[in-house]
Design a protein around this ligand. Structure first.
Ligand code: PGA
Length: 261
């Protein structure tokens, strides 16, 4: 059975290294009992080294529950790219996952579908798990899933060699739901998951898309997290959590409620 996954996107928080370590340790110590869920912490780059030292040691890969991820990655490995960071660099700190195409990067840094496509390819080449974010900026009340969701997916996965994205993750994050306290309804989230899986199958082929995971992000908290996951194979297989992931207790509750389903 594919495991569910809950990813913490700390964004540009917290401001102090001690605080980052304290949140991390609390999460680590309180998710020990989870069985079918993976938890990934994506801190600011500056904390990777110190948090990598706090990672549980000598864990058998099959039983690993806690992973370290990054919120972005550049497509080149090294060279004259001021301010950038590459997968080769972050892998030294045990990083296994990379968020790509978060709407805040599309908005504030002007990341385009073309850039994200290059980033996804670089992440796959480095053997990291990509967490590709897609989602519409606006939605009419009661409206259907806008075509931009499929367009973003196609653009990001263009030219990906068949089989490469097998372990990839696609995060459906309607932008209007991020940080607003106005999460998508569970019904619509299931519809989005079905649509995304179907579109991914068209692009990658049925076999290659069979094991990728679709997760939901946007105002997830301990109260609503479980409602997005359904027991059958149709629903979301995890969450991307922003604000609530900085509160260790709340994040642990999210992970546990997802794991309990
Ligand atoms: P939020 O953010 O949980 O604070 O809405 C989600 C995200 O941006 O990934």
């Amino acid at each position: 059975m594919t495991k569910k996954i809950v990813i913490a996107n700390w964004k540009l928080n917290p401001l102090l290294r001690q605080e980052a370590g304290s949140i991390f340790n609390k999460i680590k110590n309180n998710i020990r009992g989870i069985k079918n869920t993976e938890a990934v912490i994506c801190p600011p780059f500056a904390y990777l080294e110190s948090l990598s030292r706090l990672m549980p040691r000598n864990v058998n890969k099959r039983h690993q529950k806690l992973f370290l991820g990054v919120q972005d990655i550049f497509w080149e490995e090294k060279g004259a790219y001021t301010g950038e960071i590459s997968s080769v660099l972050v892998k030294q700190f045990g990083v296994t996952h990379a968020i790509i195409g978060h709407s805040e990067r599309r908005k504030w840094l002007g990341e385009t579908d073309e850039m994200l496509n290059k980033k996804i390819k670089a992440v796959l080449k480095a053997g990291l798990t990509p967490v590709l974010c897609i989602g519409e900026w606006e939605r009419e009340e009661g409206g259907e899933l806008p075509p931009i969701v499929g367009e973003q997916l196609k653009a990001a996965l263009t030219g990906i060699r068949k089989g490469q994205f097998k372990k990839g993750i696609i995060a459906y994050e309607p932008v209007w739901a991020i940080g607003t306290g106005r999460a998508e309804t569970p019904d619509n989230a299931v519809k989005a998951a079905i649509y995304i899986r179907r579109t991914a199958r068209e692009i990658l082929g049925r076999k290659n898309a069979a094991s990728l995971r679709v997760i939901y992000g946007g105002s997830v908290n301990a109260k609503n997290a479980a409602s997005f996951i359904s027991k059958d194979i149709l629903g979301m297989e995890g969450m991307l959590v922003g604000g609530a992931s900085l509160d260790a207790k709340e994040f642990v509750e999210i992970v546990k409620s997802v794991d309990g389903i």
